[in-house]
Ligand binder design. Structure first.
Ligand code: PLP
Length: 381
């Protein structure tokens, strides 16, 4: 029985070149902040890596701030830009209603602890933010808005958001985008987008866990969350994770990911699925989406049961949404797209990676009708 992994949006295997580069760097001695030869050598390696990553992200090397994760990059950006705005009397944070918890939760924290007013942008049934709502908000309360944060692509549905339009509407208001799922999957350039800040994470692109980056405009100053040695423009103190950074850059500069091939697999999956299970709803189907993510609602089922039944078939996929104390919550993303609590809890996310194959795709589709039948039966008992 083959074991199939279709949860690449959660994390994806390391690219071989990244693994080799990282393992090599782990054996190199020298703190990049030290002034001696060992330290300077590590510093040089890291600055070369920063330059290479900047090229991939479409920004200046000095705009790259290495962090320990996408979550940390999001926290630094949202809290930092909020506090910077608060200093000039702005206390509104605008986020979309479909953000990852790494934006939703810091926004909620700023509301409960730092007097922020949080306004969520609604999305259409197709999973795209309401630009008219944003436009009205900026026209009526623009001078109170400290920061706007809208993700580049959603991690549950893969739906890509109109960030260029958000930036245009925002005018002078700082815009942050969480591009953790988009980087290296679709064309993405910090400078072309015109955002103030952008979050990236290595383990979503074939790099190691525990390393991410915040891209922050050179001219923008924000308060720090971590104080210490003053690294990374004094925004993110802490000895740089040299092996992680080298692995991240190696993954970012490799050509391991063939977006067209992954999208072809996704489309093959969708058309076979629709032929076998016509009542299945593909969420966000009419929108522009990432190549690798398919989110499907199977009416009459329960996501957790489906996940376990799929696991019983040696297939790893995802419910897409969070668990709280072991209880699966209805996805806030699907609820925002107009699903009911019941249908939002009847969905699975399948995410394809660079090494996923047509035969894996066909096998997964072939077991689904039986899994859905058993899932529905379990739901009735
Ligand atoms: N933002 C999005 C859209 C994500 O999908 C994820 C990870 O699932 C994160 C942020 C968090 O990234 P990390 O796992 O590097 O903390």
């Amino acid at each position: 029985m083959p074991s199939i992994y279709l949860d690449h949006a959660a994390t994806t295997p390391m690219v071989e070149s990244a693994l080799i580069a990282m393992t090599h760097q782990a054996q190199v001695l020298g703190n990049p902040s030290s002034l001696h030869t060992h330290g300077r050598a590590t510093r040089k390696t890291l600055e070369d890596a920063r330059e290479a990553l900047a090229k991939e992200a479409g920004c200046l090397p000095s705009e790259v701030i290495f962090t320990a994760s996408g979550t940390e990059a999001n926290n630094i950006a949202l809290k930092g830009l909020y506090w910077a705005g608060q200093n000039s009397g702005k206390n509104i944070i605008v986020i979309s209603s479909i953000e990852h918890h790494a934006i939703l939760d810091p926004a909620h924290w700023l509301k409960t602890h730092e007097q922020a007013e949080v306004i969520q942008l609604p999305v259409s049934d197709a999973g795209v933010i309401d630009l008219d709502f944003l436009d009205n908000l900026v026209k009526t309360r623009g001078d109170e808005i400290a920061v706007i944060s809208v993700m580049h692509a959603n991690n549950e549905t893969g739906v890509i958001q109109p960030i260029g339009e958000v930036v245009r509407i925002a005018g002078q208001i700082p815009v942050h985008t969480d591009a953790v799922q988009s980087f290296k999957k679709v064309s993405l350039s910090f400078s072309s987008l015109g955002v103030t800040a952008m979050s990236l994470s290595a383990h979503k692109i074939g790099g190691p866990l525990g390393i991410g980056a915040l891209i922050l405009k050179r001219t923008v100053e924000i308060p720090s969350l971590l104080h210490g040695g003053g690294q990374e423009r004094e925004i993110r103190s802490g000895t740089l994770n040299a092996p992680g950074i080298i692995g991240f850059t190696a993954a970012a500069t490799s050509s391991y990911y063939n977006a067209d091939a992954v999208a072809a697999l996704r489309d093959r999956f969708i058309s076979s699925l629709q032929a076998l299970i016509p009542e299945a709803i593909i969420n966000g189907l009419s929108s522009e989406r990432l190549p690798g993510i398919v989110n499907v609602t199977f009416p009459g089922t329960q996501s957790d049961t489906l996940l376990l039944l799929m696991d019983g078939e040696h297939i790893s996929c995802s419910t897409g949404s969070a668990c709280s104390a072991g209880v699966h919550e209805a996805s806030h993303v699907l609820l925002a797209m107009g699903h009911s609590e019941i249908t939002a809890q009847s969905s699975l996310r399948f995410s394809f990676g660079a090494a996923s194959t047509p035969s894996e795709c066909d096998f997964v589709v072939s077991v689904l009708p039986d899994v859905i039948t058993r899932g529905r039966a379990a739901n009735l008992t």
